[in-house]
Design a protein around this ligand. Structure first.
Ligand code: NAP
Length: 265
């Protein structure tokens, strides 16, 4: 990273080493922001080179956000800049496929630590920092899985339902403090997400039609900048599914979802 003091606003993006978060980080760089960019793997160090090629000063943080100290490490990296944080994207997350009777409890608790606990933990630090300055924007990645039961990803959908309603609740509280909160609800998107969840042997495995992560990130970025409460990320069919999910009975949605997520025999 260059040591020249920067006048660009600062953004934090978690899960910036791959997928939707990587594309979001690139959008911030191209739109004049410097970045604190986080990932679990050492890929985050290559990513910061990409961000710098797009004009940003970028600080990489390699940290496991399923771990309390990992979240603190990320926040300390932001504080060490001594700069106000203008935007924060709480995006890192993962799923775990398979039948609940077969899946490993420790892995499930780790998914909840990442998808739920780390979002609350980091939001606590970010919200206080932004409210003190009466400005800032927060984007929280949820999923259209927040709107349906998700058999064979049994804890994933509920974890994203938490982040969706957490974002909407926080938005209401922070409005009077000059801070806006937006939720991004992607449909199935082309990233490593399903493969990492062990879902290659499902109808969401390789070859399945998915939304472009570039397009989903663009929709999230634009909704954040427009101060919207939430946006569904994806094509028309994805947005239609999200709308229908508001009226279909839960058992009908559960059966539809299971056709996509049940491991093939
Ligand atoms: N793809 C979809 O179909 C889809 C649909 C709806 C919602 N989403 C949501 O979108 C978000 C991003 O997913 P994606 O599709 O971009 O997935 P992805 O390609 O697998 O990227 C996930 C990102 O999160 C990071 N990450 C994973 N576990 C972590 C941990 N324990 N600690 C810190 N960072 C961790 C990864 O870091 P490393 O790469 O360095 O390990 C990576 O940067 C997630 O919150 C997911 O729930 C995805």
């Amino acid at each position: 990273m260059s040591t020249t003091p920067s006048r660009r606003p600062l953004a934090l993006v978690t899960g910036a080493s791959a997928g939707i978060g990587y594309e979001l980080a690139l959008l911030f760089a191209r739109n004049g922001y410097d970045l604190v960019a986080t990932g679990r793997s050492d890929k985050i160090h290559q990513v910061t080179a990409d961000l710098e090629q797009n004009g940003a000063q970028a600080i990489p943080v390699q940290a496991d956000l399923a771990d309390y100290q990992g979240v603190e490490d990320v926040w300390q990296a932001v504080e060490r800049t001594g700069r106000p944080l203008e935007a924060a994207v709480l995006n890192a997350g993962r799923s775990l496929g398979g039948a609940f009777l077969d899946t490993n409890l420790d892995e499930e608790l780790s998914v909840l630590s990442l998808n739920v606990t780390s979002v609350v933990h980091l939001a606590k630090r970010v919200a206080r920092h932004m409210a003190d300055r009466r400005r800032g924007r927060i984007l929280i990645t949820s999923s259209i899985s927040a709107l349906t039961p998700t058999p064979y990803e049994t804890i994933y959908g509920p974890s994203r339902a938490f982040t969706f309603m957490f974002a909407e609740s926080l938005r209401h509280e922070l409005k009077e403090h000059g801070v806006s909160v937006t939720a991004l609800l992607p449909g199935a998107t082309d990233s490593q997400f399903h493969s990492r969840a062990g879902m290659d042997n499902t109808s969401l495995g390789p070859g399945a039609k998915k939304n472009s992560r570039v397009e989903v990130a663009r929709q999230g970025f634009e909704a954040l900048m427009a101060g919207k409460d939430h946006v569904v990320g994806g094509d028309r069919a994805t947005k239609r599914t999200a709308l229908i999910n508001h009226v279909l009975p839960e058992p009908v949605k559960a059966a539809r979802q299971a056709r996509l997520t049940k491991p093939h025999a």
